[in-house]
Write a protein that binds this ligand. Sequence first.
Ligand SMILES: Cc1cc2nc3c(=O)[nH]c(=O)nc-3n(C[C@H](O)[C@H](O)[C@H](O)COP(=O)(O)OP(=O)(O)OC[C@H]3O[C@@H](n4cnc5c(N)ncnc54)[C@H](O)[C@@H]3O)c2cc1C
Length: 412
Amino acid sequence: MATTAATLESSDLERFRSETADWLREHAPPSIVGLTGTELDGNWGGRRAVFANDGMKQWLEVMGEKGWTAPDWPVEYGGGGLSPAEAKVLAQEMRGQRLPAPLIGFGLTMIGPTLLRFGNEEQKREHLSRVCRGEIRWCQGYSEPDSGSDLASLKTKAVRDGDDFIISGQKVWTSYADEADWIFALVRTSTLDKKQDGITFLLIDMDSPGVSVKPILLISGKSPFCETFFDEVRVPVRNVVHEIDAGWTVAKALLGHERSMIADAFGGATAGPPKKKGSRGRLVDLAAHYVGERDGQIADAVLRDQVAQSEMDTRCFGLTVQRARDAAKAGHQPGPESSLFKIYATELNQERHELMVRLAGPGALGWEGPGFADEELKLTRDWLRSRGNSIEGGTSEIQLNIIAKHVLGLPD
Ligand SMILES: Cc1cc2nc3c(=O)[nH]c(=O)nc-3n(C[C@H](O)[C@H](O)[C@H](O)COP(=O)(O)OP(=O)(O)OC[C@H]3O[C@@H](n4cnc5c(N)ncnc54)[C@H](O)[C@@H]3O)c2cc1C
């Protein structure tokens, strides 16, 4: 009996695979096939979205309509309602046809899963389907000028006034706040003995009067971070997620999703976007270009060994991340083990970028100007960007503290 059920199940899945492959072939615009990296800069969605090309806009619309921007979310909230096995098949087929994700961002990876768990019915209906259709871009309002690692000391104040809260204070390092439509923020609603108590998790429309954003100019000339100011901003009490004064529980759960997302992004060997046609992956392509090849192998034995080790580590990590992702799809919420993934992903990604810079030699010394190829300029900037991995989403020291306390059970 068991064999018959299993066979039936797998034949259903095979039918789903072939229907999915046909559907993707029919609906994916040819101009999006094989797009990767910065070519996809627009697929964060939101009111200010700038798409890589018309095809990407169309791709988001058609996938959003089908619910396949969030394949395993419930249909009533705009998702695809797929089982974990079906969602995996969809991902495999998209990768096989070299189709990029139609949408990325904090809506799908952070606030969405958090609302599915902690949001009330009205919040789920209001926000999740807009996330799925890519209509709203979210940013994260956690850090403050004096509250980073010690996040629970945050001071942005929320004072109750009838059915509203009045918010005053400042957030910092708010990634892409200048392009976001909504912010999920931690605010202080009470001052209690334990600083973790008295924090509330609030959803705030960035167009509310009194919200202002000031991009922080970095040495690169870019401004991915912002200071976000709240000057007596009126926010309805119904925008509280979970309970007033109990936002710390929600905040920690969201951080679990954030750390998993960071780990997921670097587990790229199995999970990442499709490779360019004819490419053997960025690292191997770089090594072949700068070091040269002999008998089909990278010419320098030491560098060949380092490239192979990095590829193997990335591949193994990708498979581990895949296993965690399958567990998440089966309903397991990310816990303190997401700190293990985050710290490993950080080290892997930073070492990989160090290696790429070593391979490129003087080619990785460019900042701007015609003396360097675009890929070389990107290499330098990507290497510098990777330094932030050990800070964002909680620093590596903080991850080690969490692992010591909550995974290994060591005393404070
Ligand atoms: C790329 C990037 C994107 C970010 N995006 C956002 C965002 O969108 N929204 C947002 O809210 N924040 C964001 N941040 C901010 C980030 O969460 C904070 O920078 C981080 O939590 C560290 O806080 P801090 O900068 O105040 O450093 P601090 O907390 O002041 O830490 C300074 C140093 O002291 C160490 N330290 C502090 N406490 C301890 C301790 N108890 N034990 C051991 N060592 C300790 C830290 O590890 C660090 O090395 C982003 C940061 C980066 C780099």
